[in-house]
Design a protein around this ligand. Structure first.
Ligand code: MTE
Ligand code: MO
Length: 299
């Protein structure tokens, strides 16, 4: 899987956070020279300046109900989860419906480094240096038809390999979705790595969605199906508890969850809380997508 992680710097060169920061320092140091243009990973202006959460915390505190509802148990339960071979079925309103081997799906699309705030609907947050590909680039490659108004993502269904699926906690498989214009926003990515290493199973290997202005549950893990649809997808959490989890799920400090406030968030791996920002701090990039919508109704 390492070939999907970072294209220009071998993962073997980046073995821990210290090296990650050394590399950043190096990039900043040589940044003045022309040579750096060729080597620096493409950065988006939206990238947060917040301090990234340590690797061990990001990969040791996980919501992945297919393995367990105990966040600290997922890492161990997912330790032997095999992600090769991996097939992603592309279906629905698309030029060529087809089953892709993962490498084929991502071929030709550059892997970028995107450090994003990650805000769970449970009112905790992290800052994650993801590696991944632009979802828009993948969609352009797949060529949806003019009827495609939404995109749906489905997680692997395999109770033998995912012990949590032997219990009816949710209606499996886990399904999430976006409106097509949301999916085409440059902030939306399909993640293949964290801190320059292949994304671990507990974080959604080998391919998971990240939509940083929305609550974390929109980011379906271990994706095996991408379907383009005319109708709004029926998504797992909105189906399970429609009063608590909407289809849009944009981070919004003004709309509380029925059972807790969304005004602030607990910072995992650090002390204290911080104020939650509208659209998780990405309003400048995405607020226009929702112009004219009542975000209390479409929560
Ligand atoms: N398939 C699947 N995807 C999922 C979940 C899940 O239980 N199953 N949990 C979601 C929730 S609630 C969050 S907050 C994020 C957690 O991602 P992380 O473990 O990488 O922090 O994954 C999301 N994607
Ligand atoms: Mo979450």
């Amino acid at each position: 899987m390492s070939r999907f992680v970072t294209p220009r710097i071998a993962p073997s060169e980046i073995t821990d956070e210290k090296h990650f920061w050394d590399r950043r320092t190096w990039l900043a140091t040589v940044g003045a020279g022309l040579g750096a243009l060729a080597y620096a990973p493409k950065r988006l202006s939206a990238q947060t300046q917040d301090t990234p959460t340590p690797y061990d915390t990001i990969t040791g505190y996980n919501n992945f109900y297919e393995f367990s509802t105990d966040k600290e148990a997922v890492r161990e339960l997912a330790a032997n989860f095999r992600t090769t071979p991996w097939t992603v079925s592309v279906e629905g309103e698309v030029k060529r419906p087809k089953k892709y081997e993962l490498a084929e799906l991502l071929r030709g699309i550059p892997v970028e480094e995107r450090t994003y705030r990650h805000r769970c609907v449970e009112a905790w947050s992290m800052v994650v240096p993801w590696n991944g590909v632009s979802l828009a680039a993948v969609i352009r490659k797949l060529e949806p038809t003019s009827k495609a108004k939404y995109i749906e993502f489905t997680t692997l269904m395999d109770p033998e390999r995912m012990p949590g699926q032997r219990r009816g906690i949710l209606q499996w498989p886990y399904v999430e979705g976006l409106r097509m214009d949301e999916a085409m926003n440059p902030l939306a990515i399909l993640v293949t790595g964290i801190y320059g290493r292949p994304v671990p199973a507990q974080n959604g290997a080998p391919l998971r969605l990240v939509v940083p202005w929305k609550y974390g549950f929109k980011g379906a893990k271990s994706i095996v199906k991408i379907r383009f649809t005319e109708r709004q997808p029926v998504t797992t959490w909105a189906l399970t508890a429609p009063d608590e989890y909407g289809f849009y799920a944009n981070v919004n400090p003004a709309v509380d969850h029925p059972r807790w406030s969304q005004a602030s968030e607990r910072i995992i791996g650090r002390f204290g809380r911080k104020e939650t920002l509208p659209f998780n701090g990405y309003a400048e990039q995405v607020a226009s997508l929702y112009r004219g919508m009542d975000l209390r109704v479409n929560f």
